[in-house]
Design a protein around this ligand. Structure first.
Ligand SMILES: NC(=O)c1ccc[n+]([C@@H]2O[C@H](COP(=O)([O-])OP(=O)(O)OC[C@H]3O[C@@H](n4cnc5c(N)ncnc54)[C@H](O)[C@@H]3O)[C@@H](O)[C@H]2O)c1
Length: 353
């Protein structure tokens, strides 16, 4: 990969490599676009096999954050950090505080948060050394209920568009994965009278749901062909793929998982099958909206109100898709890109004057 060619092609601003000899801290921050605001994105700790693998991951994830924040209407840019190391070995107070000092050195161009293999306790150490951190346990806390609430209103919007209904009462929803987000999603759905089927590979998580709610449980592989109106993937990515796509009986796919479509072309195939797809980074933005609220001054009600706007945003995306003969993913990308471009124009016009 020629990195500068790649950065130029997709409009990246900055890649920062950092290292601390004392603690073994080693990582890369990528800042994709700061037109709308400082680049926000979590810190992922992963034992990458090669440096190139880490670079590819951080580039991809940072750009994804730009689109997610822009489409969510937030004044944030996109960025991400990957730390290279074995999560079972590298962590210590000194390691995280060294990382915090590094984040502080970027002067607020990048704001960090939790991600894969970074815990609330780790982030508390980071916060001792930097002001540029959000999503702390003591402030906005677990983002999952907000993500789930956004998915819930997103399911309602997508059912409104595809099935012409204003409520999920009586609507059959198949939820794949009842972990942090899936549990709360089931709660919202059941409260409004949806008929819910769930699956998971962890019995404890299934038990937690069946103890609290009246749902049907199926085996993990059966979820793709279950009789339902809505398939809500809340476990893994890439579950809409060549092996599953012909088996779906649903009319709507709308869930929390990232990268639900294995490949972009699956968006078009879903359309041909008459299935309306809620773009993942739009419908699962509730957690990001919640941590953004922490930067503004945390207010749980305000975070919930802003998360609720996912409903109208998805209806806008479905309209843009119809008007421009695009898939819903293309329409979401257009919405994000248009917002960034508009703000770029505002700034350059101001400079010209
Ligand atoms: N937590 C958030 O706020 C948030 C925000 C945005 C996106 N997401 C995405 O939403 C998804 C769920 O997040 P989470 O925080 O609830 O994660 P989680 O790990 O708490 O829950 C995932 C659940 O899926 C189950 N699972 C894994 N493989 C499965 C399989 N093959 N079949 C059925 N179940 C399986 C797991 O056992 C677990 O119960 C993830 O893809 C995550 O990236 C989460």
């Amino acid at each position: 990969m020629n990195k500068f060619d790649y950065m130029s092609k997709y409009g990246y601003e900055q890649m920062v490599y950092f290292y601390d000899k004392e603690t073994g801290l080693k990582g890369i921050t990528c800042i994709h676009d700061t037109t709308l605001g400082p680049a926000l994105g979590g810190t992922r700790l992963w034992n990458y096999a090669t440096e190139e693998e880490a670079e590819v991951d951080v580039l991809r994830l940072a750009r994804g954050m730009t689109y997610k924040a822009a489409a969510a209407g937030l004044n944030l840019g996109g960025g991400k950090t990957v730390l290279i190391g074995d999560a079972d070995k590298v962590k210590s107070e000194a390691y995280w505080r060294a990382f915090g000092r590094y984040v502080q050195s970027l002067n607020g161009r990048y704001i960090t948060a939790e991600d894969v293999n970074t815990s609330p306790d780790d982030m508390d150490y980071v916060a001792m050394e930097t002001d540029y951190i959000t999503g702390l346990a003591k402030t906005s806390g677990d983002p999952s209920p907000y993500t789930a609430y956004g998915v819930f209103v997103g399911i309602k919007a997508t059912c409104k568009e595809r099935l012409g209904v204003d409520t999920v009462e009586g609507i059959k929803v198949a939820v794949q994965g009842v972990g942090h987000v899936g549990y709360y999603l089931v709660k919202y759905l059941i409260e409004e009278g949806a008929v819910v089927t769930i699956t998971d590979i962890k019995q404890d998580n299934i038990d937690r749901v069946t103890n609290d709610f009246d749902v049907t449980v199926v085996d993990p592989d059966a979820i793709y062909t279950v009789d339902c109106d809505v398939y809500a993937p809340c476990a893994l990515g890439a579950t809409v793929n060549d092996d599953t796509i012909d088996g779906f009986k649903c009319k709507v796919i709308a869930g929390a998982a990232n990268n639900v479509l294995k490949d972009e072309r699956h968006g078009k195939i879903l359309e041909e099958h008459g299935i309306l797809y809620a773009p993942d980074y739009v419908i699962n933005a509730g957690g990001l909206i919640n941590v953004y609220q922490e930067i503004l001054g945390y207010d749980a009600d305000e975070a919930k109100k802003k998360t609720e706007r996912i409903y109208d945003r998805l209806l806008d995306i479905y309209r843009i898709a119809k008007e421009n003969n695009m898939t819903t993913v293309e329409a979401a990308n257009k919405m994000a890109e248009d917002r960034i471009q508009t703000m770029k124009n505002v700034r350059s016009n101001y400079i010209k004057r």
